[in-house]
Design a protein around this ligand. Structure first.
Ligand code: PAN
Ligand code: ZN
Length: 202
């Protein structure tokens, strides 16, 4: 047996992640089931400093669910070369004239991009580049959004039903919430005469 054959028969150090039973995306709801799926819930109390009117936010039910995220972790966090998959369920609602939204973040490894795919509802993907230029892309069932690297991203629910979207991002992307919590986005999405309008911050 030559060395080449020996090498072929060696057990690889890493290999496909076995998931049994398979992870499922329930297409009627977006719910993920299976091994290695974890959930986080964000309630109004977690949204400190996110809205223009912090006093109003504090006066609302602090236990109200704003969004839930389910994530499938086939590899450990920070592993280079892997991917994660998630579903976000963002409730409808307003804090003054601002829609319920996700906290928003840059990736901790800023070059890492991401895909979002809207399943249900209507919303807006708010994107800000590192020069603090902010735009938004309308979200509705079937819209596919590419979040480039070096771009902060946040989603607002502009509709009256739960906004459900799928996401896929690199396992070494990480989440930098701190920069957004300190600086915010350079524009706010506000409901004006019934429609979402991006208003630059002073
Ligand atoms: C998404 C988001 C999810 C929740 O999976 O993490 O929509 O938003 P926040 O993380 O800003 O609270 C994603 O962008 N992952 O990278
Ligand atoms: Zn992200």
């Amino acid at each position: 047996m030559n060395s080449g054959e020996n090498k072929r028969n060696e057990t690889p150090k890493t290999g496909p992640t076995k998931v049994n039973p398979p992870v499922r995306v329930h297409l009627g709801s977006g719910v993920l089931t299976g091994d290695r799926v974890q959930s986080v819930v964000r309630i109004m109390a977690d949204m400190k400093g996110v809205y223009r009117d912090e006093e109003l936010r504090k006066s609302l039910d602090q236990q109200a669910v704003v969004y839930r995220v389910q994530t499938f972790y086939p590899v450990v966090e920070d592993e280079e070369g892997g991917l994660f998959w998630g579903t976000t369920f963002l409730q409808p609602g307003l804090v003054g004239d601002e829609y319920f939204m996700t906290k928003g973040h840059y990736h901790a490894k800023p070059s890492r991009g991401e895909f979002y795919l809207t399943l249900f509802g209507n919303g807006a993907l708010i994107l800000m580049d590192e020069k603090h230029h902010t735009v938004f892309e309308p979200m509705s069932a079937g819209t596919l959004h590419y979040v480039p690297g070096h771009t902060a991203h946040r989603v607002a629910n502009t509709g009256d039903q739960v906004l459900t979207f799928l996401a896929c991002w690199p396992s070494d992307a990480g989440h930098d919430y701190e920069t957004i919590s300190r600086q915010g986005f350079s524009a706010r999405l506000r409901k004006m005469r019934g429609v979402p309008v991006l208003v630059e911050e002073p």
